[in-house]
Write a protein of this length. Structure first.
Length: 298
């Protein structure tokens, strides 16, 4: 094992076992004229989300509250057709002014691909953040990665450096892996310019916050948080409580780090578009993953 390379790769936002949209952008915004804002209360919007969850939770849909429109914006991808599309449209229409629907050409699906990071049993994924638990070193990555493999290496066919302890997907999208090898595990993220960003704490994302995402496929990109508590319906099931951003990502970037300075915010779950034309990416919040696994930063 080449220890001199591991700090950057471990810290990197790891690479990719990604839930990423592979075609056109799936966004909560549209080129069409935006609908007029509603006067719905927070309680009414929460009720609208519950109604959608009961009646419209079909694969290929996502929804979140747009704080400016005061509506639940429901995005529908190209796989939702026929009776399922009619089902979603009817559910949105019945909510009246509290919801609106947007059509997108993208396809929501989990996709294992990627770059140079951690290798599992036939899969390659991204490391998100190094953490500790009961005084021992661990790392966080995407839950769909942890579901795919129980053991991890820093190279294809290499010796084991860690074993998946807990993985949650769908529902949530996080996994915690216990280091079993002698790999270094700094609390930092690879900036791909020869430097690293030290990570000192975890925090909750805020709508409008400027953020960065680091990944082995597309390296470092930045953007803005556009929504919180996003629900995404993958083919494998529903994932709730995600962070929505306009940061681009591509296959190979999932599982990795969303951060703001020295604050860890999220783990890449899925998205759409690419880093040439732009796109949208969803993230599992880090504080929720830490609380659930009993881990801490740094």
């Amino acid at each position: 094992m080449n220890h001199s390379r591991i700090p950057g790769r471990r810290a990197a936002l790891a690479v990719a076992g990604a839930v990423v949209l592979t075609t056109a952008s799936l966004t909560l915004q549209s080129a069409q004229a935006a609908p007029a804002p509603s006067t719905a209360s927070a309680a009414e919007l929460a009720s609208a989300r519950a109604e959608l969850n009961a009646r419209a939770a079909v694969p290929g849909t996502a929804w979140a509250v747009d704080p400016k429109l005061r509506k639940v914006v429901v995005t529908v991808d190209s796989t939702v057709k026929g009776a399922r599309l009619d089902q979603v449209r009817k559910a949105v229409a019945d909510l009246g002014d509290k919801a609106t629907i947007k059509r997108a050409a993208g396809v929501l699906r989990p996709l294992v691909a990627g770059g140079d990071a951690i290798w599992g049993s036939g899969v390659r994924c991204s490391l998100g953040f190094n953490v500790t638990k009961d005084g021992q070193p661990y790392f966080l990555t995407a839950g769909h990665c942890g579901k795919a493999s129980g053991d991890w290496s820093d190279s294809q066919g290499g010796g084991s450096i860690g074993s998946t302890e807990t993985a949650e997907f769908p529902g949530h999208d996080y996994a915690i892996v216990r280091y079993t090898g002698s790999a270094d595990h700094p609390s930092s993220v690879d900036l791909y310019n020869g430097g690293q960003q030290n990570i000192a704490k975890a925090g909750e994302a805020r709508v409008g916050e400027r953020v960065q995402r680091s990944g082995s496929t597309t390296q470092v990109h930045e953007g803005q948080v556009t929504a919180l508590n996003v629900t995404v319906n993958y083919q494998e099931g529903q994932v709730d409580g995600l962070i929505g951003t306009n940061v681009c990502a591509e296959p190979g970037d999932s599982g990795g780090a969303l951060f703001d300075g020295d604050t860890a915010l999220g783990l890449t779950s899925g998205g759409s578009g690419d880093c040439s034309s732009g796109g949208e990416t969803f993230f599992q919040p880090v504080p929720a993953a830490l609380q659930a696994t009993g881990a801490q930063l740094p």
